[in-house]
Design a binder for this molecule. Structure first.
Ligand code: SAH
Ligand code: SF4
Length: 363
């Protein structure tokens, strides 16, 4: 896969900034000033970093180095307050990032649009790759294939672009991040993890407010468990046996359900932490009573919760959405067996912003 351009200061960690300061004969504290400008202050150009002497700024720019935020190319506002952003990288590739406010505006259900300030909490759904190679049969992103990995700067850049657009004050407002946009984060592991550290140590997201979802890249699940700083883990399970899972998620032929559940059992959870299993319900495929019973057996002994998502349909997807009562029945069976289970309500369906719908639709 082609490498992303690296002429952007955004995405560099403290160590790398400190090397730059040294290279230009600047004192060490310039690295801190750069870091503060890039991440906590979220400044978008060197010229606004007034703490730096202008000859230093000019020297950086002369070498082609700039902050280079990704550009919001388009945005689509849903009636439920969700905003889908089409965000362009320096090379013109675009990804999608979704803003989901909750609170008076976002969840009022009265059809009024969320204003700029009437949310109490919000979640940003971030992409990790341009497209995705995993090829899950129910997901629109899969239809794009994978173009390239995003760099750490491009991942952090999506978050910063949205925070700035929404004028978020990180000290006073509560924002969560989910790495559940386009792409498989664990197939872009080093850049994804670097972005996580910059978001935690720089932009101000505690690790407990970040969640990553994986389709089940087993070796990376183990690596992830060993990280000193990491988001919470969600696993896209989506089936209760190998036959169904291999059909809807071809990656299951490489890493089976048994291997996936063993990786989940081995995963070192923190105090009160649970693994989330996502389960997309496909009408007549994985949503029967027998499937629910199988699922309950699979999850026995794992500290977890289950998020059920009724399929969000889309062109080119050959599955149907189960009727509401089937979703409810499935949920009740799990709940009765003592499995914490939630039904995720779709956000931004009207603007193609919901789970599995991200494919750079421009209208
Ligand atoms: N690639 C990662 C993260 C992004 S997908 C992963 O697959 O885990 C985020 C979630 O959306 C996954 O749990 C996936 O199973 C779900 N999803 C994909 N397509 C969907 C669709 N059409 N309707 C509902 N959920 C979908
Ligand atoms: Fe990729 Fe996740 Fe979509 Fe599967 S569900 S194709 S892993 S983005």
């Amino acid at each position: 896969m082609p490498e992303q351009p690296q002429d952007s200061l955004l995405g560099l960690d403290y160590q790398e900034l400190s090397e730059i300061a040294q290279r230009y004969g600047q004192p060490e504290y310039r690295a801190r000033q750069l870091f503060d400008a890039l991440y906590p202050q979220r400044l978008s150009e060197l010229d606004s970093v007034s703490t730096l002497p202008s000859p230093f700024r000019a020297a950086l720019k002369k070498e082609g180095l700039e902050i280079r935020h990704p550009r919001i190319e388009k945005s689509f506002q849903s009636t439920d307050g969700t905003i889908r952003y089409l965000i362009a990288m320096a090379d013109g590739e675009t990804v999608e990032t979704v803003w989901m406010p909750e609170g008076d505006g976002g969840e009022s259900g009265d059809g009024t649009e969320a204003g700029d300030s009437d949310w109490r909490r919000a979640t940003i759904c971030v992409s990790s790759q341009v497209g995705c190679a995993v090829n899950c049969q129910f997901c629109l992103t899969a239809l794009l294939g994978v173009k390239r990995n995003l760099s750490a700067g491009e991942i952090v850049g999506q978050v910063i672009a949205v925070l700035n657009h929404r004028q978020v004050d990180m000290e006073r407002q509560r924002v969560n991040i989910v790495f559940m946009g386009m792409g498989e984060p664990f197939l872009n592991y080093p850049q994804f993890m670097k972005a996580v550290r910059l978001l935690a140590e720089g932009v101000g997201f505690p690790e407990s407010r970040m969640t990553v979802s994986t389709s089940g890249i087993i070796p990376r699940i183990a690596d992830f468990g060993g990280e000193p700083l990491r988001p919470k883990l969600a696993i896209s399970l989506n089936a209760s046996n190998n036959e169904v899972r291999s059909r809807i998620m071809p990656i299951n032929r490489k890493w089976s359900l048994e291997m996936l559940l063993q990786a989940a059992r081995d995963f070192p959870l923190r105090n009160r932490e649970r693994i989330t299993f996502e389960y997309v319900l496909l009408d007549g495929v994985n949503d029967s009573v027998a499937h629910a019973r199988e699922l309950i057996e699979l999850l026995r002994g794992i500290r977890c919760k289950v998020n059920l998502i009724a399929l969000n349909p889309g062109p080119g997807i050959d599955f149907g959405t189960p009727a509401e009562h089937r979703v409810k029945d499935f949920q009740e069976l799990l709940a009765k067996a003592g499995v914490p289970v939630f039904v995720r309500r779709p956000r931004g369906l009207d603007i193609y912003a919901a789970c599995g719908q991200l494919k750079r639709t421009v209208a």
